[in-house]
Ligand binder design. Structure first.
Ligand SMILES: C[S@@+](CC[C@H](N)C(=O)[O-])C[C@H]1O[C@@H](n2cnc3c(N)ncnc32)[C@H](O)[C@@H]1O
Ligand code: SF4
Length: 376
């Protein structure tokens, strides 16, 4: 190995069914094709071996539903991937049996991200989820029984019909399980989707309450000892975790603007001044790789200006802020002054005379809108 990349993403697109709100690259069913797809992933990995550094830090298997992938294929894939300090797999609760949990653990997975979304049966129905609140809890305990000591829960706020008390109830249920990490996303309904059409009126009605809802999430999780380290992500703070840093290292690499390689349909890679996006078409992907040829992909050139803007957009999501030296050319200093006066951003001086730019808690809750203001 001779390259510099330390982060690997692998896309496993298969799902038992398609949830109405989901906009990811997914393929329903096709159980007979999972093995061929894994062969294609391994062929793509072989073609790209040269980009990796000696030591890989993180591997992330995302989906789709990685744990819906047929068992032999999943085992074969995990055995062939490079080993890494953090290996995360996304899992849907209804797929997590004791034997699946053991399979993952024995294959070297260190962290599982469980898609709970909510603990309310009626909201899970709105989302067209297959899992019940009980199956979320059962999956969590199967993972604990298999000795996973780093479990993340994915939850959503802004679900049509979700009241503030329902949100509180979800937070209570999540805290009762004691996950090391929580991702709390605002539900995004892409215009034009079946979901946006069915729930558009309710989503518009709820829109004004969103900032209050998210404030509630932040308040409850931080009171419970979680560190709000990224806009939508929380981990048990080191002082409550025996000094462990439980931030998601793979995602942290994205937010810090590091290079990564993505394998699979729809997968994105950022390699220096190049961003690649593989074809989302399963057949085209598998057929190319069966011939040991790289799959069809879009390639975008990233100049220094674009990368600096991305550093600002992503870096300001973190509680550690953005070292100004990394991206000062992308920042509008007049806008920065305005945002400081509004109490949305602050500049912290460092000993070496350079600054770190941080959003205040209110600025972080408003997120993207504040960051866009700052871009030169
Ligand atoms: C790519 S999905 C895959 C995980 C897994 N298949 C599942 O559904 O649990 C990862 C996470 O993205 C989040 N997500 C998916 N669609 C979303 C949307 N429209 N808005 C906000 N978050 C979404 C969900 O919380 C989900 O758990
Ligand atoms: S299971 Fe996950 S990836 Fe699959 S359709 Fe539902 S939200 Fe999307």
């Amino acid at each position: 190995m001779s390259g510099h990349v330390r982060h690997l993403y692998v896309h496993l697109p298969f799902c038992a069914h398609r949830c109405g709100y989901c906009d990811f690259v997914t393929v329903v069913g096709r159980e007979g094709q999972h093995g061929r797809y894994v062969d294609a992933l391994l062929a793509e990995l072989e073609l790209e071996r040269g980009v990796f550094a000696e030591r890989i830090e993180t591997v992330f298997l995302g989906g789709g539903t990685p744990t819906f992938t047929e068992g032999d294929g999943l085992r074969r894939l995990l055995a062939a991937l490079p080993s890494a300090e953090e290996v995360t797999v996304e899992a849907n609760p209804e797929t997590v049996t004791p034997s699946l949990a053991r399979l993952l653990r024995e294959a070297g997975v260190t962290r599982v991200s469980l898609g709970a979304q909510s603990f309310q049966p009626d909201l899970l129905r709105v989302l067209e989820r297959r899992a019940s609140p009980d199956s979320v809890r059962r999956a969590f305990y199967h993972l604990r029984d298999a000795n996973f000591d780093n479990i993340s829960l994915d939850l959503l706020h802004g679900i049509p019909g979700q009241s503030a008390s329902a949100l509180e109830h979800d937070i209570d249920e999540a805290l009762a399980l004691g996950p090391e990490h929580v991702s709390y996303y605002e539900l995004e309904a892409k215009p034009g989707t079946r979901f946006a059409h069915a729930h558009g009126a309710e989503l518009a009605r709820q829109a004004d309450a969103m900032e209050d809802y998210f404030e509630l999430v932040v308040e409850r999780l931080t009171e419970a000892g979680y560190r709000w380290y990224e806009t939508a992500n929380f981990c048990v703070a080191a002082e409550h975790a025996g000094g462990r840093d439980l931030r998601a290292r793979h995602n942290l690499a994205y937010w810090l603007g590091r290079d990564y390689l993505g394998l699979g349909i729809g997968a994105v890679s950022t390699l220096g001044s190049e961003r690649r996006r593989n074809t989302p078409r399963l057949e085209a992907y598998v057929t190319s790789l069966a011939r040991r040829v790289a799959p069809p992909r879009d390639v975008e050139r990233l100049d220094e200006g674009i990368r600096a803007q991305e550093r600002v957009m992503l870096g300001l999501r973190l509680d550690t802020g953005l070292p100004l030296a990394a991206a000062s050319r992308a920042i509008d200093t007049a806008a920065l002054g305005r945002l400081e006066r509004l109490g949305l951003a602050t500049l912290r001086a460092q000993r070496d005379g350079r600054g770190t730019l941080l959003l205040t808690p209110r600025g972080r809750r408003l997120g993207g809108a504040v960051t866009v203001e700052l871009l030169a």
